[in-house]
Design a binder for this molecule. Structure first.
Ligand code: FCB
Length: 448
């Protein structure tokens, strides 16, 4: 039997995000976030779903940590709701919000599970959005202040801090209208890109100045974009899409510059750093988190929006698409890990998200035999192992997601969890994939 053995100490975990699981959207003094605001408007989210209750994790955290322990997770990646801690985004601190995360961190510690915390998984305080949100340069200082508060309070118990999760998706919320805040204004979106980068730099600076324990990095979504044909037009379209999705972040953070071709293409829309900004952004970090789900074929298209491009999914011949319409092409993960390794200059890389919305069919007990998800995960772990063998400094893997949850504009329809959530009863039922993953963790290996 062929066995893909992972290195000793490889970090196996699962990921979630505050708005997607916590619920309790206005409990104990929590303020309104842009996702609360957005999901409460008609026709923004499929089926009119909201994160008001979600998985009610706010009230069930101890039970959820017990479940993580039962699965043998070595680490748990979650995000803080900025509005629980600072209901208006700045100013008065809500101690009950801090207390919730205190309890969660203590539970994780007792269970022997490493805590990895993201500061910004998209749920910006609405009070700050009312002032322009990430399009307002002051937001970079509000973020740094928020970061200081949470580093001071939790800095002794967090192993890995991430400033942002997928800043490209945050920026898309200002450009495409699909995600909160639901704006469609490209001129704001590229200002947002720069401010997200600058906010990252300022938070890293605060972290270094405070000498906290743990490490700090950022989580980027690196989907693999390849030209649909050999034509020069398709090559350039793929380059524009790639630079827009990856290099607007990788470039300034690791090389101290924005991508030249895209900046030229964008003209006056391109990010406009002020003197000193790029130095702040381009300071050493400790790790890079990579979220990866799919590979897309990019074609040039004269009516394809600002980037004049269209995309279709690349998928292995036996696979159609996952429940959310994404293809399955594991070699894309290997390629993205190589790219991450190259940019990050050998820093530790973590796969901070990877997973599959499968067509789950529960039996009468709510048990799901999700062979489709297991196959997806196994193929991607083998692809990750390929990168390891080729010398990529990959140190961990986090499944998206620990449990089914609120999938943003798609509401509760897609189910990404390895644990089923019965939303009517809030019962958690580990799927077959959860049992499979527990076996992988225990063996520190995947069998072919
Ligand atoms: C990523 C997000 C995560 C989840 C997965 C499916 O883009 O970071 O919150 O929605 O996609």
């Amino acid at each position: 039997m062929l066995i893909r053995q992972f290195p000793e100490g490889f970090l196996w975990g699962a990921s979630t995000a505050a708005y997607q699981i916590e619920g309790a959207w206005n409990a104990d003094g929590k303020g309104e976030s842009i996702w609360d605001h957005f999901s409460h408007q008609p026709y923004r989210i499929e089926n009119g779903d909201t994160g008001d209750v979600a998985c009610d994790h706010y009230h069930r955290a101890p039970e959820d940590v017990a479940l993580m322990k039962q699965l043998g997770l070595r680490a748990y990646r979650f995000s803080l709701a900025w509005t629980r801690i600072l209901p208006a985004g700045r100013g008065t601190v809500n101690s009950k919000g801090l207390d919730f995360y205190d309890r969660l961190l203590d539970e994780l510690h007792k269970a022997g599970i490493q805590a990895n915390v993201t500061l910004n998984h998209w749920d910006l305080p609405q009070a700050l959005q009312d002032l322009g949100g990430w399009a307002n340069r002051d937001c970079t200082d509000w973020f740094a202040d928020y970061a200081r508060i949470v580093f001071d309070r939790f800095g002794d118990r967090v192993a890995l801090w991430a400033t942002h999760n997928e800043p490209a998706v945050v920026a898309s919320g200002y450009a495409q209208g699909v995600m909160a805040p639901g704006l469609a204004d490209a001129s704001q979106a590229y200002r947002v890109v720069h401010h997200l980068n600058l906010a990252h730099g300022k938070a890293v600076q605060v972290f270094r100045q405070g000498n906290y324990r743990g490490k700090i990095g950022i989580v980027l979504d690196l989907q693999n974009f390849i030209p649909a044909s050999d034509s020069e037009a398709d090559h350039l379209a793929a380059q524009r899409v790639t630079e827009n999705a990856h290099d607007l972040y990788l470039g300034p953070i690791f090389r101290g510059r924005y991508p030249a071709y895209l900046s030229e293409w964008l003209g006056a829309l391109a990010p406009q750093p002020q003197p000193g900004d790029l130095e702040l952004i381009h300071q050493p970090i400790d790790f890079l988190g990579v979220n990866h789900y799919f590979t897309a074929l990019v074609s040039h298209h004269p009516h394809g929006g600002l980037l004049k491009s269209t995309m279709s999914m690349k998928t292995l011949p036996m696979w159609g698409q996952t429940e959310v319409g994404w293809g399955v092409y594991p070699a894309g993960l290997t390629a993205m890990l190589h790219k991450a390794h190259q940019f990050a200059g050998g820093l530790p890389i973590y796969i901070t998200e990877n997973g599959c919305a499968a067509h789950d069919e529960p039996d009468s007990d709510g048990f799901v035999k999700d062979y489709e998800r297991i196959a997806y995960l196994r193929l991607h772990l083998i692809a990750a192992h390929d990168a390891l063998q080729a010398g990529v400094n990959l140190q961990g893997y986090f499944i998206w997601s620990l449990m089914d949850n609120f999938e943003w504009a798609s509401g509760y329809r897609p189910r990404f969890g390895i644990v089923r959530v019965d939303y009517a009863t809030q019962k958690r039922i580990p799927k077959l994939s959860a049992h499979w993953y527990a076996g992988v963790i225990q063996a520190n290996a995947v069998t072919l």
